[in-house]
Design a binder for this molecule. Structure first.
Ligand code: GEK
Length: 242
């Protein structure tokens, strides 16, 4: 499948509506996320490595907010010999339809594709769970409960990979990382109008938190180990082990 270049925000819009993962976004998504999220490709390839380390025999592996299946693809490309069930979830029909087509290339492993809100998913018998830039789109007050249910559904020794855009408690840090993120997008061909219209569209939908809030929440869930393993400007990835 070839995807189009993201130019969704390059025309001035009279009224900016909240960002939605619709058909037009799904058609440009790989280009959009690669040009917008510093470190995205590194995190995706490392998801395969985490999978190899943490997947346990006859367990479930969840990719929550799978979009077009990038993390699932990274896992399946590893050809892990331990038998496991792969479950990929997204509440966008456009994403799930395209994800299904993308994953059809894998003949050695089927994937249960679920089009639903991840809050409705019963996590059970899990050894590896991925929330790659998904938790940030759920209401803040629901996050503790969600992560707690992931913790409950994980086997001992199982892992959660959580990646998020973060904010900083200090103004200087916030300004530095925001500026560098802006430069990253400029360097990837987005102009100032596109950057500011996208920022406005995401204002009410992508709700970032600080690094400490994430780590404290993971600790409160009961994880044995929780730490940041990757950061590129204001984008971070955590691992938590039960
Ligand atoms: C990747 N993980 O390529 N329930 C299910 N899905 C949701 C929900 C929800 N409540 N809220 C948002 N989504 C992917 C990238 S993108 C990140 C994840 C980004 C879905 C939404 O439809 C979208 O596909 C995904 O989460 C977020 O590694 O665009 O910044």
């Amino acid at each position: 499948m070839t995807y189009n270049t993201d130019n969704i925000f390059n025309k001035r819009q009279d009224m900016i509506v909240d960002f939605a993962f619709n058909e037009s976004v799904a058609q440009v998504f790989p280009d959009m996320i690669r040009r917008s999220v510093p470190g995205y490709e590194t995190i995706i390839s490392f998801a395969g490595l985490f999978a190899q380390q943490y997947i346990q025999a006859n367990s479930n592996v969840y990719d929550l907010g799978c979009s077009l299946g990038a993390s699932t693809t990274a896992i399946l490309q590893r050809k892990i010999e331990t038998p496991f069930n792969m479950i990929a979830v997204d509440n966008s029909t456009a994403m799930i339809n395209q994800c299904k087509a993308n994953l059809a290339q894998f003949k050695h492993q089927t994937v249960d594709l679920v089009c639903d809100d991840l809050q409705n998913i019963n996590i059970e018998n899990a050894s590896f769970v991925i929330l790659n830039f998904t938790l940030q789109f759920t209401p803040r007050e629901k996050r503790q409960h969600l992560l707690q249910s992931i913790y409950q559904g994980l086997r001992p020794g199982g892992a959660l990979l959580l990646s998020e855009k973060i904010i900083f408690p200090g103004a200087q840090d916030q300004i530095f990382h925001e500026n560098m993120h802006h430069m990253f997008k400029r360097a990837n061909g987005y102009n100032d109008l596109e950057i500011s219209q996208k920022r406005q569209a995401l204002e009410n939908t992508l709700l970032p938190e600080t690094l400490d809030t994430h780590l404290q929440r993971l600790q409160a869930c009961g994880f044995d180990y929780a730490n940041k393993w990757f950061q590129c400007f204001n984008f971070c990835s955590f691992v938590a082990i039960k």
